[in-house]
Design a protein around this ligand. Structure first.
Ligand SMILES: Nc1ncnc2c1ncn2[C@@H]1O[C@H](COP(=O)(O)OP(=O)(O)OP(=O)(O)O)[C@@H](O)[C@H]1O
Length: 197
């Protein structure tokens, strides 16, 4: 569950996010759209608990995971270590989750040996291995071709159905938002407000 009551978020004198309230239940996927620079990533960092410098209250689960626009893997660690080290998951759990995302046999490979689609799958395995209560997805499928996006959308939808985290997805892609969201909002204006979409 995610509950945010945000009065304001500013960078110095620049007020980016205005007053807004947000509730996301387990198993729900809130799709967030809005123009570039509206504040989607800023809002998602607050929801993920990465940015605590805002005026307001955040109430969310203990187990939080985030998938970013870039896969952000540690280049000097193998695929399996990239799942176990940041999460504290066991090797067995990491192998099982890597198998769920289609990477069986690639556990000992280096990130540089992976395609972008495979690297994104590692990011998804890393996010789900800890059975998150809250999952924040910030443009998680950017720069992939249409067929790979379809595959990853299907995989992500299956894992969300199974683990039922409260999910917030920010994307510019109507295809991604339509495929995963159970509810939609737009961020608009400066400071940005949430508008039902
Ligand atoms: N660390 C920071 N310091 C100062 N300003 C920032 C910082 N991070 C973001 N901003 C500003 O906050 C605003 C919102 O940025 P944000 O990255 O959240 O937008 P976005 O909606 O995610 O954009 P995009 O869709 O292009 O990724 C922008 O004007 C940006 O310049």
């Amino acid at each position: 569950m995610i509950r945010l009551d945000l009065r304001s978020k500013a960078f110095g004198a620049a007020r980016v996010l205005g007053p807004m309230a947000l509730d996301v239940a387990p198993g729900e996927v809130l799709g967030v759209s809005g123009p570039s620079g509206a504040g989607k990533s800023t809002l998602l960092r607050i929801l993920a608990g990465i940015d605590a410098r805002f005026d307001g209250e955040l109430d969310s689960g203990q187990r939080r995971a985030m998938v970013f626009q870039s896969p952000t893997l540690m280049p000097w660690r193998c695929v399996q270590d990239n799942v176990t080290i940041p999460t504290g998951a066991t090797e067995a759990d990491a192998r099982a989750m890597l198998s769920r995302v289609g990477l069986t046999g690639m556990e000992q490979m280096w990130p540089a040996q992976l395609s972008l689609g495979q690297a994104r799958r590692v990011g998804i395995a890393r996010a789900f291995v800890g059975r998150p209560e809250v999952l924040i997805l910030d443009e998680p499928f950017a720069s992939l071709d249409a067929e790979r996006i379809e595959d990853l959308l299907e995989l992500t939808a299956t894992l969300i159905d199974e683990f039922r985290p409260a999910v917030v997805l920010a994307s510019h892609s109507e295809q991604e938002l339509a495929a995963l969201s159970t509810r939609r909002v737009r961020l608009e204006g400066r400071p940005a407000r949430l508008i039902a979409a």
